[in-house]
Design a protein around this ligand. Structure first.
Ligand code: FEO
Ligand code: CA
Ligand code: CA
Ligand code: CA
Length: 597
């Protein structure tokens, strides 16, 4: 084994070993604390959480279920507005004796209020270093399945967005299935509506062939839905209202600094199973949103605004910046490899030593102008996946977070896994998705031409091919594989101030708990993956926030294990004893020192 290089800047913690603990495990010398958990009060007057006496009214004032993305918007000294989305509810873990075939009306409504988004003022306690949530009357906020949003951008008002309840196609209630997101340079939060299709019922009732194909490309929901929402609200029933389906699958923008502002769904960013959206200001001031569509064999996108970013935090600059995602050009990525096809899918690196090549951003639509034959602009926005199919975009292994490196300008995408690659009738390995039955995923890096984020061409290479470093089909940026932490199923990405990439995982296929990892992207330590923490049994790690002196992670669905339910909880994090597991935001820090410094 080679001698490990000295610890890179920001990463001098001792790596956490893979484990199966029902604990949040952090490096020696670090502390952790639960900032907020499901059911904790968000709005003044919220009742104390009572697992056995839940109501929708109480949940509407409490922190929702299964928080995924987490973002901090600075709000004074040692004070932030913390935004968390609530991706989905797991009723069998929320209610004892839950009858999935026939939930009560109240359980359905608790599901509605358990979804959505929370904004909470958090302050750092000087004495302890802990982040503490505050019951702020003005800024704390809950957004649920019943909160009004408005559509913005070119497809607002489209005939595809008009429903029985909203003839204008501009007003829509709720956000759900929200996965990752991003804090914008103007202090708002973007959140991606991902697995929205599963909330709908009776998709087979759509029989018009064109409409049927448009539903099918997003996954036709057949029969009754999992949570039976259609029983109390017909908009979730495709046999009664075929267009409500089209009103979900967007990037939403929430302005925590203006609690009275209506949240927005951005049509200009297209409609797919949006993982998230991260913003980069290009050299000429236009803003670029990087976007992933998290489904097997789906695509990576980017949006380039028409207008330019206005610096500063004046009311006027903010108002302008909040219109930047209203108009621009939406592109989809095409990746080409540079090694012979015969060298791909062999389980080892191609002869040139890299999975790499060139890429192209194919324009789909600009403002009201479609670039895709046979599609109007409105059709590209609302049925983006079908338009991207038409132009020959590259089918990827589940694009999750896409994140630009603030130090180098290179862009990174987590391709979480795709066990269908190479199955009969499915596409086999290509240089960019080089493994059949890809269980562990990979991390992609690219550099836009001339380092310009608005460019339409780029060079790419894989930074990591994840899995057990002892196996020949993994790659750790060229680093000595005996000196790295095993990593599987990368999902969310974030950067620290030094340009180290932080990766959280979902569904570790190596059998250990999920975790948060850090890896240098440049220099002698490029590819040296180190595990920073592991989350409790059954949980996924998401929403990492990497500040100079603390880290936040969302501990999503702790205890989500085979055979587990509220009647038989197999884990008890965070409260221990015989308590029910509760999704939470956790903070990790090193007392008296900046993280990693
Ligand atoms: Fe909700 Fe794409 O993970
Ligand atoms: Ca190559
Ligand atoms: Ca995710
Ligand atoms: Ca996930």
């Amino acid at each position: 084994p080679g001698k490990p290089a000295p610890a890179p800047k920001g990463l001098d913690f001792q790596a956490v070993a893979a484990n199966r603990e029902d604990e949040l495990v952090v490096p020696p010398g670090y502390q952790s604390n639960v900032v907020i958990r499901w059911g904790d009060p968000v709005l003044p007057g919220a009742p104390t959480f009572d697992f056995d006496n839940q109501t929708a009214a109480a949940q509407a004032k409490q922190f929702g279920f299964n928080n995924d993305f987490c973002g901090l918007v600075p709000f004074g000294h040692d004070r932030w507005l913390m935004g968390s989305n609530h991706e989905y509810t797991t009723e069998s873990a929320m209610f004892r004796g839950y009858n999935a075939a026939d939930p009560t009306d109240e359980q359905i409504k608790i599901g509605w209020t358990g979804h959505g988004f929370s904004v909470v003022v958090v302050e750092r306690e000087h004495r302890t270093g802990k982040l503490v949530p505050k019951l702020d009357r003005r800024y704390n906020r809950r957004i649920t399945v019943q909160t009004e949003f408005e559509f913005a951008g070119p497809a607002a008002g489209s005939r595809f967005l008009r429903t029985n309840a909203d003839k204008t196609g501009r007003k829509v209630f709720g956000t759900f299935g929200n996965c990752a997101g991003g804090v914008t340079p103007w202090g708002t939060i973007l959140s991606g509506e991902e697995n929205f299709n599963g909330y709908f019922a009776n998709g087979e009732a759509v029989t018009d062939p064109a409409a049927q194909a448009r539903v099918a490309r997003y996954g036709t929901p057949k029969g009754a839905s999992l949570r039976k929402w259609e029983r109390l609200d017909p908009r979730f029933d495709l046999s009664k209202d075929p267009n409500e389906f089209n009103r979900h699958g967007w990037v939403v923008e929430i302005d925590p600094l203006e609690p009275d502002a209506k949240p927005v769904k951005h049509t200009a960013l297209g409609r797919f199973k949006h993982e998230g959206a991260t913003i980069q200001i290009a050299r000429d001031g236009r803003v670029v949103a990087y976007l992933g569509d998290d489904e097997r064999f789906d695509y990576v996108y980017k949006f380039v605004s028409k207008e330019r970013f206005a610096p500063g935090s004046s009311k006027r600059a903010r108002a302008h910046n909040k219109t930047l995602l209203h108009e621009g050009t939406l592109y989809v990525a095409k990746f080409t490899g540079d090694s012979p096809a015969a060298e791909i899918g062999t389980g080892t690196l191609p002869a040139d030593g890299q999975f790499d090549g060139s890429g192209q951003w194919i324009p789909l639509v600009s403002g009201d102008r479609s670039h895709v034959e046979g599609f109007t602009a409105e059709e590209v926005y609302v049925f983006t996946r079908l338009a991207a199919d038409k132009v020959g975009a590259t089918k990827m292994d589940r694009p999750e977070d896409v994140q630009p490196n603030p130090v180098t300008g290179r862009v990174y995408a987590a391709l979480t896994n795709n066990t269908d690659r190479g199955k009969p009738g499915k596409e086999g390995p290509t240089e960019i998705n080089p493994r059949n039955g890809n269980r562990h995923g990979h991390v992609l890096e690219w550099e836009e031409n001339r380092g310009d984020h608005t460019a339409t061409a780029f060079a790419w290479r894989l930074l990591l091919v994840c899995g057990d470093p002892a196996t020949s089909d993994t790659y750790f940026g060229g680093y000595d594989k005996t000196q790295v932490s095993p990593i599987s199923c990368p999902d969310n990405l974030a950067f620290d101030r030094y340009g180290n990439l932080w990766i959280s995982t979902d569904g570790n296929a190596l059998g250990s708990n999920d975790g948060l990892f850090a890896v240098p992207t440049t220099g002698a330590n490029r590819g040296q993956v180190k595990q920073f923490l592991t989350v409790p049994l059954g949980a996924e790690t998401c929403g990492p926030v990497i500040e100079d002196d603390f880290v936040l992670v969302s501990v999503q669905h702790p205890g989500e294990l085979d055979g587990a339910s509220a009647d038989n909880p197999l884990t008890h994090w965070p409260d221990g004893g015989t308590s029910q597991p509760r999704p939470s935001v956790a903070q990790v820090w090193k007392p008296g020192r900046r993280v990693g410094c």
